[in-house]
Design a binder for this molecule. Structure first.
Ligand code: CU
Length: 291
């Protein structure tokens, strides 16, 4: 479901952080324990000068087409799965840069929600911004989107008969900058996401399961009833000392690897017993120095 043409401010502003959630009409949390999933939210910024670096070499990029744009006039800058990662740059120790929104920008989103109940439910998708007016900082942030099915559906079918496997994607950098941190997205069964630069590891997002009660189902529900009851509840961001190699230079080779092991944590299953498709996404925020 695409949603287009909204923004957190009129005129210029700067985003310092973001998160997303689902709420019932009375403001309470709508989550897996009551059968409600924030399956995916992908946010795009559309406007002159916007470019999605990891897809702009493609004439057609599916996610961008889906919101009525292209990878040469829009860029993905935030996403959330049901783990509902909070990315707030000052919490990462970075207080002098943010993502600059211009008066010519507008936002669009791809949204997929899931209700495992037999009856309809009314919920709100919420997006929370930490935002300041204007452009108080000299530098800007660029978002670099890593994806095991890049410029496509983001979904990969697990290799038949394999419970343990890795899916990866590499990108040759076209920019110079400094990474301030990264967030990621995995599906159930995912162990971790690693990011490497020229073969050297620089981030390991370890998935945690069932660390909050709202991520544990009491009974199996709906069409995924063959799968697990305990789901990914946290995929912590990489920043600071957990992201040791911060320099991004044109020509470097950056790789994301999503490691899955259904023997450790069950994935989602179809009614026919096959594992559901999986994802591996890394969203890296890179400081671009003012000229
Ligand atoms: Cu997903």
């Amino acid at each position: 479901m695409p949603l287009t043409r909204y923004r957190p401010c009129t005129g210029d502003c700067t985003i310092l952080g973001m998160s997303s959630a689902l709420e019932y009409t009375d403001g309470t949390n709508a989550n897996i324990d009551s059968g409600l999933w924030l399956h995916h939210l992908v946010m795009f910024n559309v406007g002159p000068g916007r470019e999605d670096l990891t897809c702009s070499h493609r004439d057609v990029s599916l996610p961008h087409v889906s919101i009525g744009a292209t990878s040469r006039n829009s860029e993905r800058f935030f996403a959330s799965g049901n783990e509902r990662t909070i990315g707030i740059f000052p919490d990462w120790g970075v207080t002098d840069v943010g993502y600059k929104i211009r008066s010519t920008d507008s936002f669009a989103s791809l949204i997929e929600l899931m209700n495992q109940n037999m009856e309809d439910k009314n919920v709100y998708l919420t997006i929370t911004y930490d935002v300041v007016d204007g452009h108080p900082f000299k530098d800007d942030l660029k978002c670099v989107w890593f994806d095991i099915r890049q410029c496509g559906s983001s979904e990969v079918n697990p290799p038949k008969g394999q419970n343990k496997f890795t899916v990866d994607y590499s990108w040759k950098s076209t920019i110079n900058g400094q990474v301030i941190g990264s967030i990621g997205h995995l599906h159930d069964g995912g162990e971790n996401i690693t990011l490497t630069v020229d073969g050297k590891n620089t981030c390991n997002n370890l998935a945690r399961y069932g660390t909050k009660p709202e991520y544990v189902q009491k009974t199996a529900m709906g069409h995924h009833s063959g799968g697990a009851l305990t789901h990914i509840s946290e995929l912590p961001a990489c920043y600071g000392s957990q992201f040791p190699l911060k320099e991004m230079k044109a020509g470097q080779n950056w790789t994301i690897a999503a490691n899955y092991d259904f023997n450790q944590n069950m994935g989602m299953k179809h009614e026919d017993g096959d594992w559901d498709s999986v994802m591996g996404i890394g969203i890296m925020y890179v400081r671009i120095k003012a000229q």
